[in-house]
Design a protein around this ligand. Structure first.
Ligand code: FCB
Length: 439
């Protein structure tokens, strides 16, 4: 294995909704995901996040398992409705949970990486329009200030919004995530307010004098054309413009794509001063990558639709397009002006089986992880300032609209007993990290 920068991070990631449970304990208020789970037909099998994998009570065991695997960074999100009440005042009991978690991590020498927003908007803000309302971005600023004042002494790595594409399109246009709308106008409002919220978080971080780094966490797609037909090539360009550039250009370069401004009145009419906030310099950027979309021309307004080509599949079902991963990282690094890049999520779901001997032989996940980590590391030779890699996910958990039917973890969870069991991929990752650190 090639020599890696001495501070290269090997981590793993989770998100509050997906692992914590304790949905109404210690003063936690409802989030839009608590509400969405109650709506009929929204989540496979009628699953809920009420108990999830009970990380809220079992965090110490989970930290011990991370330490055993040798993970040196843990990326997790803070649940906004757990730490703040409706008057935007702190909820001390919720804060105490994250303080315990942070102390437990540091005790084991694991560096925390906090995601400020991984989709659990407090329900009281959704009642005021959620991300379609700029007030939501300013409430987020207040929440970020609280987080920085309470947690920055433990953590120096912060991510603002996780996957703005999902917070806007998947939630306000395609409707498969909370709050489940189907409106382009709402989506464009959400896009702008999410971008603004990111910038407000960066400003609050600097104003608070926090040490360390802050940046966004984007699932930049860099879609490719399904064929070399000029219409498909144009479709891929349009797809990238609407799904990636709409987030990367404002944050890294200070403007929306021209053609989107021509087509979307909401963005054209956004307050002019907002862009100065949105484009405040960041220290690093997170890229979440699962697969590359291949698209062809479609007469559907956007001018593009995804096609499934003949790639191997994971269980999501998502294609495995590992050869495209370096291109995606390189493109992201270029758009981000060469700042340090972390792969903040990468992983795969398979229908893992717990054998009688208590083992999980997830060979396909090992193949997926090995090939993707090596593909990511290959970009170091391409001039990318790649600083780390996080496996999604530490534990099997609640996979949004799929409920508990998709297992992404390095650690298998028996959903009845909540018992944890290291999968073969966890042992693979342990060995990979050990070897990488020795070189
Ligand atoms: C990403 C999400 C993460 C997880 C993975 C599989 O889009 O950020 O929470 O669900 O997909």
């Amino acid at each position: 294995m090639k020599k890696l920068p001495y501070d290269f991070a090997f981590g793993s990631a989770t998100a509050s909704v997906q692992v914590e449970g304790a949905w109404n304990e210690d003063g936690k208020l409802p989030s839009i995901w608590d509400d969405f789970c109650k709506r009929k037909g929204k989540i496979d099998n009628g699953d809920t996040v009420e108990v999830s994998v009970d990380h809220y009570h079992r965090y110490q065991e989970d930290v011990d398992l991370m330490a055993y695997i040798g993970i040196d960074h843990y990326r997790f999100s803070i649940s906004w409705p757990r730490v703040m009440d409706e008057s935007l005042r702190p909820n001390e009991k919720g804060i105490a949970f994250y303080t315990r978690l942070l102390e437990a991590l540091l005790e084991k020498g694991i560096k925390p990486a906090i995601t400020l927003y991984h989709w659990d908007l407090p329900s009281f803000l959704q009642k005021q329009g959620g991300w379609t309302n700029p007030l939501c971005a300013y409430a987020f600023e207040a929440y970020c200030k609280l987080c920085f004042s309470r947690f920055s002494r433990y953590c120096d790595m912060w991510f603002t919004m996780n996957e703005p594409l999902c917070i806007s399109y998947v939630s306000y246009l395609w409707g498969t995530h909370a709050p489940g709308y189907h409106s382009m106008e709402k989506t464009m409002k959400a896009v702008h307010n999410i971008n603004l919220a990111h910038g407000l978080a960066v400003r609050a971080f600097r104003d608070a004098g926090c040490k360390g780094q802050i940046g966004p966490c984007i699932n930049a797609s860099y879609s490719k054309p399904a064929t070399q037909d000029p219409r498909d090539i144009e479709a891929a360009r349009r797809d990238n413009c609407y799904k990636t550039d709409i987030f990367t250009l404002p944050v890294f370069q200070g403007h929306y794509p021209e053609e989107i401004l021509r087509e979307q009145k909401v963005l054209r009419n956004a307050p002019k001063g907002d862009m100065n906030i949105i484009s405040l310099p960041v220290d690093m950027a997170g890229l979440n990558y699962y697969h590359t979309d291949y698209v062809k021309y479609a007469d559907n307004g956007l001018g593009a639709e995804g096609v499934i080509l003949d790639f191997p599949m994971t269980d999501m079902p998502w294609t495995i397009t590992v050869d495209d991963f370096p291109f995606c990282i390189k493109s992201f690094s270029e758009q981000a002006n060469g700042i340090p890049i972390y792969i903040t999520e990468n992983g795969c779901a398979y229908d893992d089986v717990l054998e009688n001997d208590g083992e999980v032989h997830d060979i396909r996940r090992i193949d997926y992880l090995r090939s993707h980590i090596n593909a990511a590391l290959s970009t170091l030779d391409m001039g990318v300032d790649l600083k780390g890699y996080f496996v999604w996910s530490l534990l099997d958990n609640f996979e949004w609209s799929y409920g508990y039917s998709k297992r992404f973890g390095l650690i298998y969870v028996d959903y009845m007993t909540k018992r944890r069991c290291l999968k073969d991929s966890a042992f693979f990752y342990k060995e990979f990290i050990e070897n990488a650190k020795q070189v």
